[in-house]
Design a protein around this ligand. Structure first.
Ligand SMILES: *Cc1c(COP(=O)(O)O)cnc(C)c1O
Length: 222
C-alpha cells in the first residue's frame, strides 16, 4: 500500500539506528538504499516526500524509464545500481547512476573505466563478491577479489568504495557478512554493501555501510 510506505520507511530507519547502537557503531554510518525495482514513480513519490533520497535499482533500462522525471523534481537524489551490469549497458549506467554495486569482472571494469573517461563522471563502485561461490550468481570468487580490486584501483584508477555480497538464501547470512567484512578490511576498503529486508540488522552488526532494503519499505513485489 502506497500510503503505508512512508510509515514503513520510518520504521526501517528506526531499526537501522537501533541496530547501529547495539553494535556500538557511530551514528549515521549505515546508509539506507531504498530498493525501488519493479515499483513505479507513483509508489516512489511518498517515500521521496518522506525524505528518502538514496534509491537502488537492479535494471538499467527500468531505471532510465522512471527516474529522469523524478530527478527533475528532486535534485538531490542518489541512484545506485544493485543488479548485474552488461558491458553494452555501461554507457547508460555510468550516465545515470551515482554508484554501481555490481562490478565483478575485468570486462565490465574496463567498460566502466572507458565510460568514466569519455563522460567525465566518477561513480562510486563496489566489487561484488560471490561469497557462496554459487554458479548461478554474479560476483567475483573470493580467491580472486584481491587481484581484481588491484586491477580496478591501480590499473584502471577506478574509485572502489568497498565490497558487496548477496549471501546464498539457504545459508546463515552472518557467516557471509563476516567474511566480506574481513576481506574488505584486508584490502583497505571501508564500504560494505550487504543486508536486505530479511537480514539488514545482522549486516549492520557486521559493519554494513550500505543496506539494500526493498520489500520491507515498498511491499512484496509482484
Ligand atoms: C531486490 C534486491 C534487494 C532488496 O531485496 P528485499 O528483500 O526486497 O529487501 C537487495 N539487493 C539486491 C541486489 C536486490 O536485487
Amino acid at each position: 500500500m502506497r500510503d503505508e510506505s512512508a510509515l514503513r520507511l520510518r520504521q526501517i530507519k528506526a531499526r537501522i539506528a537501533d541496530a547501529g547502537q547495539a553494535a556500538r557503531r557511530p551514528l549515521g554510518t549505515t546508509h539506507l538504499i531504498a530498493v525501488s525495482k519493479t515499483y513505479g514513480a507513483l509508489d516512489i513519490l511518498p517515500v521521496l516526500d518522506a525524505g528518502q533520497r538514496l534509491f537502488g535499482e537492479n535494471r538499467v533500462q527500468e531505471a532510465q524509464s522512471k527516474w529522469p522525471s523524478l530527478t527533475a523534481r528532486f535534485h538531490d537524489i542518489e541512484l545506485h545500481l544493485i543488479g548485474p551490469l552488461q558491458s553494452n549497458k555501461a554507457r547508460e549506467a555510468v550516465a545515470l547512476f551515482n554508484c554501481i554495486h555490481t562490478v565483478d569482472r575485468p570486462k565490465i571494469a574496463h567498460a566502466i573505466a572507458a565510460e568514466c573517461a569519455s563522460q567525465g563522471r566518477r561513480p562510486k563502485l563496489f566489487v561484488q563478491v560471490n561469497t557462496g561461490e554459487e554458479p548461478q550468481k554474479a560476483g567475483i570468487v573470493p580467491k580472486d577479489t584481491a587481484a581484481f580490486v588491484a586491477l580496478c584501483r591501480d590499473d584502471l584508477k577506478l574509485e572502489i568504495a568497498g565490497l558487496m555480497c548477496i549471501p546464498p538464501v539457504e545459508e546463515e547470512a552472518a557467516v557471509h557478512f563476516a567474511f566480506l567484512a574481513k576481506q574488505a578490511k584486508e584490502l583497505g576498503l571501508a564500504g560494505l554493501s550487504m543486508g536486505m529486508s530479511a537480514d539488514f540488522e545482522t549486516a549492520i552488526a557486521f559493519g554494513a555501510t550500505h543496506v539494500r532494503v526493498g520489500s520491507a519499505i515498498f511491499g512484496t513485489r509482484a
